[in-house]
Design a protein around this ligand. Structure first.
Ligand SMILES: Nc1ncnc2c1ncn2[C@@H]1O[C@H](COP(=O)(O)OP(=O)(O)OP(=O)(O)O)[C@@H](O)[C@H]1O
Ligand SMILES: [Mg+2]
Length: 364
């Protein structure tokens, strides 16, 4: 077998991309071993065949877009210190839709605040396109769990404030159209002149969603954006989020406590364990074809398997975090009558039993 044929065989047909001449050593030495390692086993074989120090890449390594690396975060000091997140590693590709699901109090809002740049990690790094996150920016819109609307502004003005901030160069007419469009999307046109105090919790949450979407951010961080909504409105907005994502391919991080919602919307779902010191579990890729059909998806074996796996992980994480505690129960100073002893009806007092009880309980 001649040299060319051997390279062809080693590359499983990819030699056309590389170019036999380039493989003969001159170009190869200019790439680092890290880049080479990311290319797979066949490429190492080429360098051995040609006795050259480093093989050449024929495709770029995937660069993470939004990344958390070794992140820990806690609040307070001394005895009152509360370690919330520990060793969080998360790498999100551009255009990916990731859902993070976890129990209440596990640290989901803390995690999304770190991703938005609103808070800083105690340890580890948060990077966007390889650069350290310095603070919040217009390329990242966060839908807060508690809506965070300005109480003295109407629905229209709350959304308009964000639109004016991001699209200051647009004409007044264009900005007005953008605000109206997203208010209509969340079905609040009739309430556009109301202030937050005049709205229900679900309506406020919809304003918050409209405000984030109207900013047309590259990264959408959604902290349980639909939790206060009734099932029908929730389903409508889920569909809207799915549609916007399919159209614009924004990078979306959805925090949710609803496993089904995560599976319906995301590319992968990651459970967050239980605190203190919660860590992220494994990523569960969701390979259900899009557009996903809500009615039929629930019955699919793929959906059921995923739901079972994610739920099992969360249940196990909660069980592992339980600590049996033995404590002495102090019973009230009332002695129950001992029914095992026959009562002597001639005596005035019943036979009383004094006992102290010790029991083992699980503290959540
Ligand atoms: N600013 C803060 N100061 C002190 N403790 C905080 C702060 N923010 C969060 N915590 C604590 O961190 C823990 C996690 O809170 P976090 O809001 O991140 O949970 P969560 O998973 O979003 O809960 P939920 O699902 O109820 O919204 C809680 O014990 C909370 O008391
Ligand atoms: Mg929260």
């Amino acid at each position: 077998m001649n040299e060319t044929a051997r390279v062809r065989e080693n590359l499983d047909g990819q030699s056309a991309l590389l170019g036999i001449e380039r493989a003969k050593g001159r170009v190869l030495s200019s790439f680092s071993s890290m880049e080479v390692n990311s290319l797979g086993p066949n490429v190492g074989q080429i360098s051995r065949d040609f006795m050259v120090p480093e093989p050449a890449p024929f495709r770029l390594p995937a660069i993470p877009f939004l990344e958390m690396s070794g992140v820990s975060k806690g609040f307070g000091t001394g005895a009152k210190r509360n370690e919330v997140l520990r060793e969080i590693n998360l790498s999100i590709r551009e255009g990916e839709f990731v859902a993070i699901v976890g129990y209440s109090g596990a640290g989901k809002t803390t995690l999304v605040s770190l991703l938005s740049g609103l808070t800083k990690p105690d340890q580890g790094t948060v990077t966007l396109r390889g650069e350290f996150m310095k603070g919040p920016g217009p390329d990242r819109a966060l839908v807060f769990q508690n809506y965070s609307l300005l109480p003295w502004l109407t629905v229209y003005e709350n959304v308009a404030l964000a639109v004016d901030e991001v699209f200051g160069r647009w004409s007044a007419e264009e900005r007005r159209a953008q605000v109206e469009k997203f208010i209509a999307m969340v079905h609040l046109t009739a309430a556009r002149h109301k202030r937050p105090s005049e709205l229900s919790g679900g309506m406020r949450q919809r304003v918050s969603v409209a405000r984030a979407l109207a900013m047309d951010p590259r990264i959408l961080l959604l902290d349980e954006p639909l939790s206060a909504l009734d099932a029908l409105t929730r389903a409508t907005l889920q569909d809207e989020i799915a549609r916007i994502w399919s159209r614009d391919r924004k990078t979306v991080v959805l925090i949710t406590n609803d496993v089904d919602e995560g599976i319906y919307l995301a590319d992968r779902i990651i459970p967050l364990g239980v605190g203190p010191g919660a860590t992220l579990g494994p990523s569960f890729p969701i390979e259900i074809a899009r557009p996903r059909e809500r009615k039929t998806m629930g019955a699919s074996p793929q959906f059921r398997k995923l739901r079972r796996e994610v739920t099992d992980y969360l249940l196990k994480a909660a069980m592992a975090n339980r600590q049996p505690v033995t404590r002495k129960l102090v019973l009230p100073r009332i002695e129950p009558e001992d029914l095992n002893k026959p009562r002597n009806y001639f005596k005035r007092h019943a036979v009383r039993r004094a006992e102290e009880k010790t029991e083992t309980i699980n503290l959540p």
